[in-house]
Design a protein around this ligand. Structure first.
Ligand SMILES: NC(=O)c1ccc[n+]([C@@H]2O[C@H](COP(=O)([O-])OP(=O)(O)OC[C@H]3O[C@@H](n4cnc5c(N)ncnc54)[C@H](O)[C@@H]3O)[C@@H](O)[C@H]2O)c1
Length: 360
């Protein structure tokens, strides 16, 4: 590593910007935070004060001119992408861009082409890829043939105003549950076709400006022939209805991932006395003796977000782009996975993901 510290700037001093800032403050051995930019001046100013360094801006071009950063974290809402990335590329500045990359897949493809042609190191905010749960999950999948992947992510409506407008957020699959779509791709494999349905208008007492799906359900056919479902909703108001998990189901065992929480592997520990209760209507109709429900449990250790950010920063400094687990090119595939769901909801048709990725 070079002894001189790298210069880092951040655009978008909102919720996720603050998460990254918290990480940067532990990286002062390798970076100087030179600038923070937000359209709302107080936000940028507050970041400077928290960092104890850097200058506040409301115009990102002015920030780039003045501070000449080596890398920029782009932490703006989904509908705001484009001009900022093009400017960074023109100036040869490496960038980390929060998920989802954009709401226009053609725009994201164009940014990818230009960023790669400029030889830039890129990353996206899929910090779950850096979790210690990933390795045992991949190991389980390597050792067991998976037939079915089932994912549920049922929660409430996030506070940020733009989130509840699908035209600006992309909707829940694109903006939020993309973490689950992405981790399924990362630990398991590539999807081929999706077929999605959405439900709207079911929720009562929605906040002003709410114009998005209450929930959606997606059927996935993977390239290896297996199937999955990914269901996601924002209708939940009570903790007992909250649910978030991905289950990888094999013939005699399953792995249940709670992203950044736990990985439970059922069927690989000693079974207690088996029973046959639960879920089947008539004995002999396909029920198998119930397993012990004993799981080998792995717990999240450390902060995957710190690793994610540090890996990108070190990749820029040390010129090791391959260390980044979620470069722009790969993040684009997860965007396409979720955008295909939206396209399916709009057309009522199954959508092949590779059709959205043509030309890259
Ligand atoms: N990786 C994760 O787990 C994670 C978690 C939360 C949010 N996110 C993503 O981060 C992005 C931002 O989400 P958020 O919750 O921080 O939103 P936010 O609304 O809290 O913050 C976005 C900030 O960007 C600023 N901004 C917008 N356009 C700008 C521009 N041209 N120049 C300067 N500032 C600009 C806004 O003023 C706002 O302060 C979203 O894409 C979201 O999906 C990722």
């Amino acid at each position: 590593m070079e002894s001189k510290k790298a210069k880092l700037a951040l655009i978008g001093c909102g919720g996720i910007g603050g998460y990254h800032l918290g990480h940067f403050m532990g990286f002062t051995d390798i970076i100087d935070m030179v600038g923070f930019c937000d359209l709302i001046p107080e936000r940028a100013q507050a970041f400077c004060e928290k960092a104890g360094m850097g200058e506040a801006f409301t115009d990102y071009k002015e920030m780039l001119d003045k501070t000449k950063p080596d890398m920029v974290f782009v932490c703006i809402p989904p509908y705001c992408h484009g001009e900022i990335e093009y400017t960074l590329i023109e100036r040869g500045i490496h960038f980390f861009v929060e998920k989802p990359l954009a709401l226009d897949i053609e725009l994201a493809k164009d940014i990818l082409r230009r960023a790669e042609a400029a030889g830039l190191v890129t990353a996206s905010g899929f910090q779950c890829r850096y979790s210690n749960l990933v390795e045992p999950n991949i190991d389980f999948i390597k050792r067991n043939k998976i037939f079915f992947v089932s994912c549920e992510r049922m929660g409430g409506i996030p506070m940020v105003e733009w989130w509840r407008d699908k035209a600006r957020s992309g909707g829940q699959a694109v903006e939020q549950t993309i973490h689950q779509f992405d981790i399924i791709r990362y630990v398991y494999g590539e999807p081929d076709v999706v077929f999605s349905m959405n439900a709207t208008g079911l929720m009562q007492n929605v906040p002003e400006g709410y114009q998005t799906d209450d929930l959606s359900v997606t059927c996935v056919k993977f390239k290896d022939g297996s199937l999955g479902t990914i269901s996601t909703g924002c209708y939940v108001t009570g903790g007992d209805a909250y649910d978030s998990k991905v289950v990888f189901s094999a013939a005699d065992r399953r792995a249940e991932l709670k992203i950044l929480g736990t990985l439970n592997i059922f069927g690989e520990t000693e079974s207690e006395a088996a029973g046959d209760e639960g879920g089947f209507v008539v004995k002999g109709d396909g029920a198998v003796a119930k397993g012990s429900n004993n799981a080998k449990t792995y717990h999240q250790q450390g902060d995957a977000g710190i690793l994610c950010d540090r890996t990108f920063i070190e990749a820029v400094i040390n010129k090791t782009p391959a260390a980044v687990r979620s470069p722009y090119r790969d993040a684009l595939r997860s965007l396409a996975f979720t955008m295909a769901c939206n396209q399916s909801m709009e057309t009522g048709l199954p959508i092949r993901i590779d059709d959205l990725l043509q030309g890259i």
